[in-house]
Design a binder for this molecule. Structure first.
Ligand SMILES: [Zn+2]
Ligand SMILES: [Zn+2]
Length: 183
């Protein structure tokens, strides 16, 4: 990791702080009043649900960052210097046939930064400074690319987050409305 990328981790630090902050605020502001009012079953259910969902959101967030999005397999890593050998000539022809995405001249796409031949759906990320398999996008919230290997966790993270927010709104809104009607 380069020092110039250190600033990009600030967004990740914010997310890492935001997750427990939301969890604690929810319990303190929305569930503690319910507990004090004696709604034991209601608050126990939603505290458990919030704990479970926070764990899932945190786990998928961590996995998405920890798992490399996927790099070009070694079998594709032939530098331009070795292209003259007979073996790589043959391999090169094979790969040209096996890729659908080609350059306009019909050649296999190559990355000018990594100097590798690019299989289909591989794109170079200038922020990660690497070629990424099945690249979806570079995500600033994770400070990594979303690609072949971590897409599953990215997708689950979004699903868990949306479900959590919907539950938070549904149970939190009730509190907000109560606040206004009680005044
Ligand atoms: Zn590249
Ligand atoms: Zn990237």
């Amino acid at each position: 990791m380069h020092h110039k990328n250190l600033g990009h981790w600030a967004v990740v630090v914010i997310v890492v702080l935001l997750i427990p902050w939301t969890y604690v605020s929810y319990i303190y502001h929305f569930m503690m009043p319910e507990l004090r009012q004696g709604n034991l079953l209601y608050s126990t259910f939603w505290i458990s649900a919030a704990t479970f969902m926070t764990a899932l959101v945190s786990y998928t967030y961590y996995k998405c960052i920890a798992i490399h999005p996927g790099s070009v397999p070694d079998t594709w890593r032939i530098t331009q210097n070795s292209e003259s050998s007979e073996l790589s000539q043959r391999e090169s022809t094979m790969r040209r046939r096996s890729t659908i995405e080609l350059k306009s001249q019909g050649a296999v796409r190559t990355c000018k930064y990594c100097r590798v031949r690019k299989p289909d759906r591989v794109h170079h990320c200038s922020k990660c400074n690497q070629c990424v398999l099945k690249m979806d996008h570079h995500c600033v919230w994770f400070n990594t690319c979303i690609g072949y290997r971590n897409y599953k966790y990215f997708f689950l993270f979004i699903v868990y987050l949306v479900v959590s927010e919907a539950a938070l709104m549904a149970t939190g809104m009730q509190e907000f409305i109560l606040c206004f009607t009680e005044v």
